[in-house]
Design a protein around this ligand. Structure first.
Ligand code: SF4
Length: 352
């Protein structure tokens, strides 16, 4: 991993407007929004695995889809450093800066070059692969769209190489199979091969192991680590499972109701969680060693996650937080550094 920044996300927001009352439709009262992502900032280095962790509905998948350019953001910047391959296309269209804001709209050619750079692996390999297509066709489709490979033979070579990279060997045995003829782990390997075949610099992996058997998870995580090492690819890895995150990620950002509440190097966050919500997530991780079960004091987190339509004022975690103070109900804490490589947004640390 190098210290070269490949992705800089600045104050990213994604709001969805709700179809409201007649007054709202007529523009006589303000519209209501679901604030799925509500102003988050983070950076990803070249070759780094950056994890977004949190419960369902915290905005992590929406963030991933916005980065992969599957959703348009409401506001904010996503600065991406293109590879040499994409730079050629971008320069032809007069984009010569070191970073390009991928949150903006571009011409079809530029858009295509950027899509090739950032690929996504989805959670469910059962629905992300077309059941009517053979594996060879699933992997050939992106090559045809991006005009890679002069003819069928050359594309077949690339497909075989991609299957070998994800350890589906001998590749010839998999080429003419349909997705239903593969196990869950093999399907997720095909999904990873489909992402790899275009030679991306960044992969957004949305819960890539959560639908797999426990025995297969470790193999897929190991495969992703090996690919990172051999190709120096960066990942934005999305998971609800802190145990998975602590095994694979270099940096972790914990999200709650559309905001990052704690962020830092994995070892710092896992060994010394600061935000009460992160502490509660850590307690939910099964710990086989009874001595370590006492490592974190049990926190009494109340209730359910509030709706993203009615976000509580002040600290959005205050209705559930056992340490909530008056200031927490009035003012939202900023994400501040408590030490190098570890930041938190909580009034308990703002006062120190
Ligand atoms: Fe709890 Fe207040 Fe910290 Fe929010 S700011 S997590 S309510 S102590």
């Amino acid at each position: 991993m190098t210290g070269e920044l490949i992705l800089i996300v600045e104050n990213l927001k994604k709001y969805y407007m709700l179809r409201g009352s007649l007054l709202q439709t007529l523009g006589l009262s303000p519209p209501t929004y679901v604030k799925a992502v509500d102003g988050i900032s983070f950076t990803v280095n070249k070759g780094e695995i950056f994890c977004l962790v949190g419960e369902s509905g915290c905005g992590k998948t929406t963030t991933g889809k916005v980065i992969a350019r599957l959703l348009e953001p409401t506001s904010g910047k996503i600065l991406y450093k293109p590879s040499q391959t994409a730079r050629g296309v971008l320069e032809a269209f007069n984009y010569r800066d070191e970073y390009i804001d991928i949150a903006k709209e571009y011409s079809k050619e530029v858009d295509k070059a950027l899509r090739r750079e950032i690929q996504m692996v989805f959670q469910d390999p059962f629905s992300s692969l077309n059941p009517r297509m053979k594996i060879r066709d699933i992997l050939e489709e992106p090559l045809i769209i991006h005009k890679i490979g002069r003819d069928r033979m050359e594309r077949l070579e690339l497909i075989t190489k991609a299957l070998e990279e994800v350890k589906l060997v001998p590749a010839q045995e998999f080429l003419d199979r349909y997705p239903h003829m593969l196990s869950g782990g093999q399907r997720q390997r095909v999904a990873i091969a489909r992402a790899l075949i275009l030679g991306p610099s960044l992969i957004v992996a949305d819960e890539p192991v959560s639908m797999l058997d426990v025995s297969i998870r470790a193999e897929i995580l190991q495969l992703m680590l090996e690919i990172r090492k051999s190709k120096n690819i960066s990942y934005v890895f999305i998971t609800h499972d802190l145990a998975v995150a602590s095994n694979i990620c270099d940096k972790i950002a914990v999200m709650y109701l559309g905001k990052i509440v704690e962020m830092g190097e994995t070892l710092k966050v896992v060994n010394n969680p600061l935000h009460p919500y992160t502490k509660a997530l850590m307690q939910a991780v099964p710990e086989p060693d009874p001595r370590n079960r006492l490592k974190f004091r049990k926190l009494d987190i109340k209730g359910e996650v509030p709706s993203a339509i009615n976000i509580p004022p002040g600290c959005r975690f205050h209705p559930r937080c056992p340490y909530a103070m008056d200031v927490c109900k009035r003012e939202e804490p900023l994400l501040i550094d408590v030490e190098k490589g570890h930041s938190v947004s909580c009034w308990l640390y703002m006062r120190k």
